[in-house]
Each structure stands twice: as structure tokens, then as C-alpha cells.
Design a protein around this ligand. Structure first.
Ligand code: NCD
Length: 295
């Protein structure tokens, strides 16, 4: 079994992952001693990453797996090796799981077809980032005690966001309503979306997305502060959400662009660091399910 997309998971598997991750997140350091002892996880990140890469490494370490990280900058990728040849090469070493982040849509699925171990998609281009959606769902479920009936506004650079795409698949399956919104230039063509203000009004949770300048052909050309005022999550905009509304962001945050400092750091509203903590628990659950199977 691989975890390539939210669609890779049955409803039962989603339930198992969230329940297991919930237990891991509440336990002490060694809630699951030895679950992956003697196993080896390959971490393969072709795009920059702080939290996802470290989170997978931490999750594997907590389960007592060995984590080997390929430093792509120093690998044979730089000598022109294809992703397919890299996959076959690494597979010949017999890893127990392969975690892949790559700039191309479909990269994880292409690698999964070539290797003998489970592959976990840690983000493929603008396509999907399933473990991020799972950790977002867990964070919301822990905060509200349920997902059923929640309205979640996902705002910002939706066009380039694999996080938005995975969440737009997962959250409705769990009974939440998703409203996608962003500046016209950063919205996918096919989605019917609300304006930022319409999306946030009355929402239970607001998830802001980073403007992914590295994926933009041209700079947005906004004056400093203009993006925040027009499309960002300011305290004034957040005040139009439900009184109990919480704020999420997958990180890395562009402070002062899509999110105001005071909102990002609001101890009552911001769940950003809770998301990071839950990321480890969710990835522990994913590695456990994929490598050991459902127990
Ligand atoms: C996101 C990603 O890389 O898809 N970050 C993450 O994994 N937490 C979002 C982003 O880069 O903006």
C-alpha cells in the first residue's frame, strides 16, 4: 500500500490513521516503542522543506526506525540521473518505506510503480500533500471535538497549493464544509470559489496558504503590505469569522503577506504549532499503517 493521494485511503483507513495519530499525539515520547525497530525509512526531498522533512524523520525515529536522508543537492541527480533510475537504485537497497517530495505532479505515483516498499507522498508539485491534510484534520478534530458540520475557509494561493487540494478532498469526506478563496490570479480555473471576505465570514477555521512565489511565472508586483490588506488574514478579517474561530497555516508563513503577525502569534486562535506537533503523530501513524499494516 502507498499513500499518494487522499484518494489512496478508504474511509476506514482515514479513521484508523486519525485515531492512531490522536493516541500518539497524547502519549509520551515512547508511546509506540519499537514499532519500526530494525526498519529503514528513506527520506528523499527534492524540494526545500523544514517541517515535513524533519517531521517524517522524527516520526520514524520515535518508532525506532533508522532514517536515511538523501541530500539531493549532493546526489547523482546533479549528474543528470532520472527520478526513475534513482528510484530503482534506492529500491535495490531494500528500504522499508520511501518518503518523497518532488516538484513534479505525479512523481510519487511514478516512483511507487517502480519500488517494492510503501511510498508516502510528502508533496508532489501542485498536486497533493496527503499527510498535511491528515494533520490538519486531526488538529481541527482535537480542537472542536468533531469535524462534522465545521466550515473551513482555505485562503490564499490556492492555485499552487497541494495542501489545499488534499484538504479539499479530505475535509468534506469527514463532514466539514470547505470554502476556497484567493486573489483571482492565484485561483485554479476549475474551482467555483467565494471572495476572501465571503469565505471567512462565519467560518469556524481559517487556513491561510503561502504565496508560492517560486511557482509563479511573474512576480505579483504588489507594494509591501498591499497583499495583506487586500487578501491576507488581518485581525479585522478574522473578527468576521465565528467568535470561536481558529487559524491554521501549513507553513512556512510569509508574515505580513498572507497573515498578520498578531494573528499568526495569537495564543488563543493560532493552531500553527499544534499542527506541527500533530504532524509527527500523523506521520507515525502513516508509517505504522503502511509498513506494519492494520493491527
Ligand atoms: C507546504 C508544502 O510544501 O506544500 N508546506 C508544508 O509542507 N508544510 C506549503 C508551502 O510550501 O507553502
Amino acid at each position: 500500500m502507498h499513500l499518494i493521494s487522499i484518494d489512496s485511503l478508504s474511509d476506514e483507513q482515514v479513521g484508523i490513521l486519525l485515531d492512531t495519530a490522536d493516541l500518539f499525539s497524547k502519549g509520551e515520547r515512547n508511546t509506540a516503542p519499537g514499532k519500526l525497530a530494525g526498519r529503514t525509512v528513506f527520506n528523499l526531498f527534492y524540494e526545500n522543506s523544514t517541517r515535513t522533512a524533519m517531521s517524517f524523520a522524527m516520526a520514524a525515529a520515535r518508532l525506532q526506525a533508522e532514517v536515511l536522508t538523501l541530500s539531493v543537492e549532493h546526489s547523482s541527480v546533479k549528474k543528470g540521473e532520472t527520478l526513475e533510475d534513482t528510484a530503482r537504485t534506492l529500491n535495490a537497497m531494500g528500504p522499508d518505506a520511501l518518503v518523497l517530495r518532488h516538484r513534479e505532479n505525479g512523481a510519487a505515483s511514478a516512483v511507487a510503480a517502480l519500488v517494492d516498499c510503501p511510498v508516502i507522498n510528502a508533496g508532489d508539485g501542485t498536486n497533493e500533500h496527503p499527510t498535511q491534510a491528515l494533520l490538519d484534520a486531526l488538529t481541527l478534530r482535537q480542537h472542536f471535538g468533531r469535524l462534522e458540520g465545521l466550515t473551513v475557509a482555505i485562503c490564499g494561493d490556492v492555485r499552487h497549493s497541494r495542501v489545499a487540494r488534499s484538504n479539499a478532498k479530505l475535509l468534506p469526506r469527514l463532514g466539514a464544509k470547505v470554502r476556497l478563496a484567493g486573489p483571482p490570479a492565484l485561483l485554479p480555473d476549475e474551482e467555483s470559489v467565494a471572495s476572501i471576505d465571503q469565505a471567512i465570514a462565519g467560518a469556524d477555521a481559517v487556513m491561510m496558504l503561502r504565496v508560492q512565489r517560486e511557482r509563479l511565472d511573474e512576480d505579483l508586483g504588489d507594494a509591501p503590505g498591499e497583499f495583506l490588506a487586500r487578501y491576507g488574514l488581518t485581525p479585522e478579517r478574522l473578527a468576521t469569522a465565528a467568535p470561536h474561530a481558529v487559524v491554521l497555516h501549513p507553513g512556512p508563513m510569509n508574515r505580513g503577506v498572507e497573515i498578520a503577525d498578531s494573528v499568526a502569534d495569537d495564543p488563543q486562535r493560532s493552531l500553527v504549532l499544534k499542527q506541527v506537533a500533530n504532524g509527527v503523530a500523523v506521520r507515525m501513524a502513516c508509517l505504522d499503517l503502511l509498513v506494519n499494516g492494520a493491527s
